[in-house]
Write a protein that binds this ligand. Structure first.
Ligand code: FPP
Length: 240
């Protein structure tokens, strides 16, 4: 069965899990798993663009990932910079806009510069928006939003009655994006690990056993087909 063209999720979010295990199975260091994960990022981006998905958000580095061995953290940062440099022409050729969410100022200066450069060079693209979550966690996002709202209340730019789901959404790092329709996690674990907590309130969750470096178009299509089979009720009862 192929995915139906008339019911494509607008926003897909992915926890790219299983790089370490992929490397371990081959007797390699974890970083080899991350390195091979870049090919899967390419496959996911191409497939999302081809299907007409509007936003693809990838969990590349969580707030908690800072606690990994320093060598793994620095290797991941270099990998990210290399991948961004290498992929820039392809993103532009495919009309993909690149952006980030997360505590970007906490990243190394060089990484921040590369991110800013690619964000700038792709900002006019109108196809898929590729959102890379870096030094991100769902609770961090919510805490930030609460702080911004509290400041606006103190400054009397906002009334307490104006604090609602819409205004909270507007203060999150995903303010310009629709909520997540389809949430995918690879690697077989069934948890959301502090990813987009507010934004997945009504998402369809799909957990795939495939390890991230092996993720390709067919796995993306499989997840979209699963999404299309589900009946989304948003808490309501659908008419017979
Ligand atoms: C989780 O696997 C994966 C990560 C923490 C990093 C993902 C990063 C990439 C694929 C690098 C490239 C990214 C971009 C956007 C160019 P894990 O190490 O937790 O695996 P395990 O659960 O098997 O240990």
């Amino acid at each position: 069965m192929a995915a139906q063209q008339n019911n494509i999720p607008q926003h897909v979010a992915i926890i790219m899990d299983g790089n370490g295990r992929w490397a371990k199975q081959r007797g390699l260091q974890r970083i080899f798993g991350h390195r091979n994960g870049v090919e899967a990022v390419r496959a996911a981006t191409e497939t999302a663009a081809k299907m007409g998905v509007k936003y693809l958000t990838l969990y590349a580095f969580s707030t908690e990932n800072w606690a990994r061995p320093q060598l793994e953290v620095s290797s991941l940062m270099s990998l990210l910079v290399d991948a961004i440099e290498k992929e820039e022409p392809t993103l532009n050729k495919n009309n993909v806009r690149f952006t980030t969410i997360g505590n970007v100022p906490s990243l190394p200066e060089k990484v921040q510069q590369k991110l800013a450069a690619i964000e700038c060079s792709t900002q006019k693209n109108t196809g898929l928006t590729l959102v890379v979550a870096l030094s991100y966690s769902g609770r961090w996002d919510i805490v930030n939003a609460v702080k911004k709202i509290a400041n606006s209340l103190i400054a009397k730019e906002l009334e307490i009655e104006d604090v609602n789901e819409i205004s909270i959404s507007k203060h999150l790092s995903t303010a310009q994006m629709p909520d997540v329709d389809l949430f995918i996690r690879t690697g077989g674990d069934v948890r959301v690990s502090n990813f987009l907590l507010w934004q997945i309130a009504y998402s369809e969750l799909v957990f795939l056993p495939v390890l991230w470096p092996d993720f390709r178009e067919k796995h993306f299509a499989e997840a979209v087909e699963e999404f299309q089979k589900r009946e989304r009720r948003f808490g309501k009862v659908l008419e017979e």
